[in-house]
Design a protein around this ligand. Structure first.
Ligand code: KG4
Ligand code: ZN
Length: 339
């Protein structure tokens, strides 16, 4: 009999539902909450309210697109954390209620593990290859920047992480300094295409081991602009593309530098990227180049699976289902959640 998992994601500002059947994604519907744009960041209260409004139609669309009836679902997987508590509460409560009414199990999923598990979604294409263990994954999102060693589907270890801001945060905060909208990452990516990545240089962090730091870069970017604006009030406008391009290069250099170190240290031959920042076009190119240089099997997620989505939650749920790892109805969402 087929294993059909309904996945639900509501940890931040995307309400998403997905159906995974026997490890294949058959639907993945995402409702983006545009309301936060005008506030320059996610407003937690507004996020939970929007999740409440979205969750039923989103689940309905995901089931319809998959051609799956409620009574065919084997289990419901939901993001338990980390994330915004009020937002997580919507997905968690909905999953519990629906599972109870269908008399099927629930599966709690760690959002970060889910980002990584997109690499283990099965595909029908002839070139599809499941990554080999151990695999190293650079997880780069708005809230996290981590190097994760994956020993098995559900066995992962963080071997390096940011000691301050996340890579996505560096993109978003520097974009805000330039007066760009939220989230700034994709806007910087787009503007950078017409800029010169070598035009400006910013401070490089000095952090030991495999850890990252981005707060120094942000401060250096801020002070650099403050000084230049004193000489030329239109400095940002006149140099927007090259500022974006140079900033993006600085972030990518920091990421690639530590990744290279981690690959050499662990001796892995499979390497992947995941999380919202893995949508970045130059990071994707840099990772391909690194793969060639170090002779690695490189895994880059398709764009729809980089930022928050429920397919990643459903696939994590699928592997937990095969492992008989179910959740109790008494469990609560967690704003902070270890691996
Ligand atoms: O994984 P995600 O959707 O949410 C979190 O779990 O945080 O990541 C969102 C982050 C934001 O910081 C956003 O600016 C960044 O991913 N992002 C990008 C790009 N697309 C999204 N950063 C750089 N370039 C992109 N193309
Ligand atoms: Zn995420």
């Amino acid at each position: 009999m087929s294993v059909i998992i309904l996945g639900i994601e509501s940890s931040c500002d995307e309400t998403s539902a997905s159906v995974v059947k026997d490890g294949y994604v058959i639907s993945n519907y995402i409702a983006n909450q545009t309301i936060h744009e005008k506030y320059g960041g996610v407003v937690p209260e507004l996020a939970s309210r929007a999740h409440q409004q979205n969750i039923i139609p989103v689940v309905d669309i995901a089931l319809k697109e998959a051609g799956v009836e409620l009574n065919q679902i084997s289990a419901i997987a939901f993001t338990r954390g980390p994330g915004l508590l009020g937002a997580l509460l919507v997905g968690t409560s909905f999953a519990k209620g629906l599972a109870l009414s269908l008399n099927i199990p629930i599966i709690d999923v760690n959002h970060l593990q889910a980002h990584i598990l997109v690499h283990f979604i099965k595909k029908d294409t002839s070139d599809f290859q499941m990554p080999k263990f151990p695999m190293l994954c650079l997880l780069v999102s708005g809230g996290h920047t981590q190097l994760v060693l994956i020993e098995d589907f559900l066995k992962m270890e963080i071997i390096g992480q940011t000691i301050d801001d996340a890579a996505g945060e560096a993109f978003d905060k520097c974009a805000k300094i330039m007066g760009l909208d939220y989230p700034g990452g994709p806007i910087v990516d787009k503007l950078a295409q017409a800029g010169d990545p070598t035009a400006f240089k910013f401070a490089k962090p000095k952090v030991d081991g495999l850890d990252f730091s981005f707060s120094g870069l942000k401060t250096s970017f801020l002070y650099f602009l403050r000084d230049r604006l004193q000489e030329d009030h239109n400095f940002i406008e006149n140099n927007r593309e090259s500022l974006c391009s140079s900033l993006q290069k600085s972030i990518i250099d920091i990421l690639i530098d530590k990744t290279k170190k981690a690959i050499k240290q662990t001796g892995v031959t499979s390497f992947g990227i995941a999380g919202g920042v893995s949508a970045n076009s130059e990071l994707r190119k840099a990772v391909q180049a690194l793969g060639k240089e170090l002779k690695l099997d490189v895994y880059i997620p398709e764009l729809s699976l980089t930022t928050d989505n429920a397919a990643m939650v459903a696939i994590a749920g699928y592997y937990k289902f095969l492992n008989n790892e179910f959740a109790d109805h008494g469990l609560a969402p967690l704003a902070r959640m270890p691996f």
